[in-house]
Design a protein around this ligand. Structure first.
Ligand SMILES: Cc1ncc(COP(=O)(O)O)c(C=O)c1O
Length: 345
């Protein structure tokens, strides 16, 4: 059976070119900065994202954690959205391992946080308060319909940060999706943040890895924190070899995934029990509701699975379908048709 796996873009397989490059990579001990392929990847990434320096890490979760640990000390406060990946899905690492206190503000459906609320949340000096150090944004915003966040908003948060002496960290796991959706060079987004994490392993199709970018001073400190967390790897140039292809080539094809997400969404939007706002479908992530009294969410997912279409129920009656290199244009429509057939039964 033809499997159409829409659970996440983390399911992408490395390309043949990546597999070949991994096999042939020149490697060394990266803890000693002696892996030439890692060094090349880090230099390429820093240049592409417009920052002085960068660091390769095994995962996005570790990239965000190392970034927060590098910006903050124990007892510092960071401001982040209630639907941000760092708050929802990273096991509370910033508090458990960093002693960092989260100040949670509500995310709007477009992934932004009200500027007024941000301004009000910044602590002034008071013996009772933890000091505010950092604002974390996410772009595209996974749990806010995969929304790309506009450059103007990023600029306004940067201004607010400077005014209040705060740093800005961007969870840019899918920053190349954001740049694709906004039709801008990725640097237009990153110019407004101090540090950014992005994933090589999602839509970009590398098997493993994320990168954080920032100033030289920040990356030197971050490297020590990565080591502390056990993320100092040795001959990981094999992974960097696939990362270079991810960065140079795969970042250029993401518009295909965005188009497929639109084709799928438009088709399912015609099904009466499906609730979807087509304006919210702007990248590779599609969220939709299903409100049928004939079939439960779990049965819906199971029946789709029987037809080879895999999706996630993220909340009761609410589903996510993610488009990526492993799902072709020819599969977007059949996936939507499978939904239609099950709900017509
Ligand atoms: C927005 C966002 N940030 C961070 C991560 C964490 O990345 P990883 O799975 O590599 O730890 C994810 C993973 O899906 C994500 O969607």
């Amino acid at each position: 059976m033809d499997i159409i796996d829409l659970r996440s873009d983390t399911f992408t397989q490395p390309t043949d070119e990546m597999r070949e490059a991994m096999k042939n990579a020149t490697v060394g001990d990266d803890v000693f900065d002696e892996d030439p392929t890692i060094n090349e990847l880090q230099e390429t990434a820093a240049k592409k994202l417009g920052k002085e320096s960068s660091l390769f890490l095994p995962s996005g979760t570790m990239g965000n954690l190392v970034s927060v640990l590098t910006h903050c000390g124990r007892g510092d406060e960071i401001i982040l959205g209630d639907r941000s990946h760092i708050f929802v899905n990273e096991v509370g690492g910033i508090s458990a391992l960093g002693g960092v206190h989260p100040c949670i503000l509500s995310n709007k459906d477009d992934g932004t946080i009200s500027l007024e609320k941000l301004e009000l949340a910044v602590r002034h000096t008071n013996i009772h308060y933890p000091p505010t150090r950092l604002i974390c944004l996410e772009n595209t915003h996974n749990f806010c319909y995969g929304s790309p966040i506009g450059i103007d908003y990023m600029a306004e948060v940067a201004t607010l940060g400077k005014k209040n002496n705060l740093k800005i960290h961007l969870d840019g796991a899918r920053i190349f999706n954001a740049a694709t959706a906004l039709k801008v060079d990725v640097k237009k987004i990153t110019q407004h943040v101090d540090t950014v994490m992005f994933s090589l392993s999602k839509g970009l199709s590398a098997p493993v890895g994320s990168i954080i970018c920032g100033s030289k001073e920040f990356i030197t400190k971050a490297k020590k924190n990565r080591k502390m967390l056990g993320g100092g790897m040795r001959q990981c140039g094999h992974l960097a070899a696939s990362g270079l292809i991810a960065l140079e080539k795969q970042s250029k094809r993401l518009h295909e995934d965005h188009e497929n997400a639109k084709i799928f969404s438009k088709t399912i939007s015609k099904i009466p029990v499906i609730k979807i706002d087509l304006k919210q479908v702007q990248s590779n992530i599609v969220f939709f509701g299903m409100n049928s009294n004939k079939i439960s969410g779990q049965e819906f997912v199971a029946k789709l699975g029987d037809r080879g279409v895999k999706i996630l129920e993220t909340q009761p009656g609410f589903f996510r379908a993610v488009f990526h290199r492993g799902v072709s244009k020819d599969q977007a429509l059949p996936a939507a048709k499978a939904i239609q057939e099950i709900l017509d039964e």
